[in-house]
Design a protein around this ligand. Structure first.
Ligand code: DTR
Length: 360
């Protein structure tokens, strides 16, 4: 009887110890949870801001090459504050819903070919008139100059990050085109301003974005296309189109745009990095394009024996003459819509002279 309370006491002491231990562990757990919660937001703030970047053509093509270069430079110059996920090949947005998709925030950034929507981007698309822009580098810088000077309303809902153009367009075809007779009624693919050019030469112009062209060529819906020549290699069009007729006419203008709310949410130093890159990226892309066209032409000759046809001088004069009304027709139409059309055309010519003469 005497021993019971003692045992009981001993038993209770062990229990109390156990309980204290449990309490201790519980408190440690509580602290751990507290610290995790308390510090979690700090970690999230310190991590990179993620941005999605949509593009419509496949990864090896020039719009995507410039996208990867911009991504790399922005990530480097913002010291890891920004991480960009790129989506080539219309995996996030396609050629035709790029602008609206970015406005709505389906992608943070998008690359679009303005020529695919001639009525929407009237001012900047004037660069695709046959005004003699000599190459992609000059074309890209002139396009940027025009954008900065006119600040078109078409871009009011987005932040423009950069712009650039292709090199001048030429005819790639399954059959040789050596004169106006050869091109008459020929089914050739082109979009936007370049479509007008094909019509004036008498071709049967078929409109579609570049991303739909490989299938159209394969299926024989078109016999060829009108574009800058780097696609001979990047889309392997040289395999089907063994003839290229050198016309060196229109360039196609592109824009890279960002969702406005996303832009406004970025820190000022990040915005500065992107703003400072705008002209540099235009020039980089134009230069890349010009070099890549040369490389693609060499590759096409070597790999598929593609013939590059130079129009005879008198023949070329006839082709050029047919294009003369295009600019005056454009001026008339744009004026009716309220645009300062003559000034835009004059500015393109003046900027082109200045940019072509500059060594930068
Ligand atoms: N020439 C325009 C634009 C263009 C030129 N090369 C590529 C490559 C990928 C997409 C578009 C373009 C065109 O014919 O669509």
């Amino acid at each position: 009887m005497l021993k019971m309370p003692y045992l009981l006491q001993f038993y209770n002491f062990k229990e109390v110890l156990k309980m204290k231990l449990k309490l201790g562990l519980f408190l440690i757990g509580l602290f751990a949870a507290f610290f995790t919660i308390a510090f979690a937001p700090t970690h999230a703030e310190a991590g990179p801001v993620k941005l999605s970047y949509a593009n419509f053509p496949p990864a090896p093509t020039f719009p995507c090459v410039q996208m990867e270069r911009w991504k790399k430079e922005v990530e480097k110059r913002t010291n890891g504050k920004i991480a960009i996920d790129t989506y080539p090949g219309s995996t996030l947005l396609g050629a035709k819903n790029m602008m609206d998709g970015v406005i709505e925030g389906q992608a943070d950034i998008g690359c679009l070919c303005m020529a695919y929507q001639p009525g929407r981007f009237v001012i900047t698309n004037a660069t695709s008139l046959p005004l003699g822009l000599p190459n992609a580098k000059v074309g890209s810088l002139v396009l940027w100059d025009i954008y900065k000077k006119y600040n078109p309303k078409a871009f009011a809902k987005v932040k423009v990050l950069t712009m650039f153009t292709t090199a001048p367009a030429n005819i790639m075809c399954k059959k040789p085109v050596r004169n106006l007779q050869d091109i008459k009624g020929l089914d050739l693919r082109a979009s936007g301003g370049a479509a007008q050019i094909l019509k004036k030469w008498g071709a049967n112009q078929v409109g579609m974005p570049m991303s739909e062209t490989p299938e159209a060529l394969q299926k024989g819906v078109v016999k060829g296309l009108f574009s800058s020549l780097e696609v001979l290699k990047d889309f392997k069009f040289a395999e089907l189109c063994r003839y290229a007729t050198m016309t060196d006419t229109a360039v196609y203008p592109f824009a890279v745009i960002m969702n406005m709310d996303k832009w406004n949410s970025l820190p000022k130093d990040v915005q500065k990095v992107m703003d400072d890159m705008a002209v540099e990226q235009a020039k980089w892309t134009g230069t890349y394009m010009d070099n890549h066209v040369n490389e693609a032409n060499e590759w096409s000759k070597k790999t598929y024996n593609v013939e590059f046809i130079q129009l005879a001088k008198e023949e070329k004069a006839k082709w050029d003459e047919l294009l003369e009304p295009i600019t005056s027709e454009w001026i008339k139409g744009a004026k009716e819509k309220g645009f300062p059309a003559e000034a835009i055309v004059e500015d393109i010519k003046a900027f082109a002279k200045k940019r072509a003469a500059s060594s930068d």
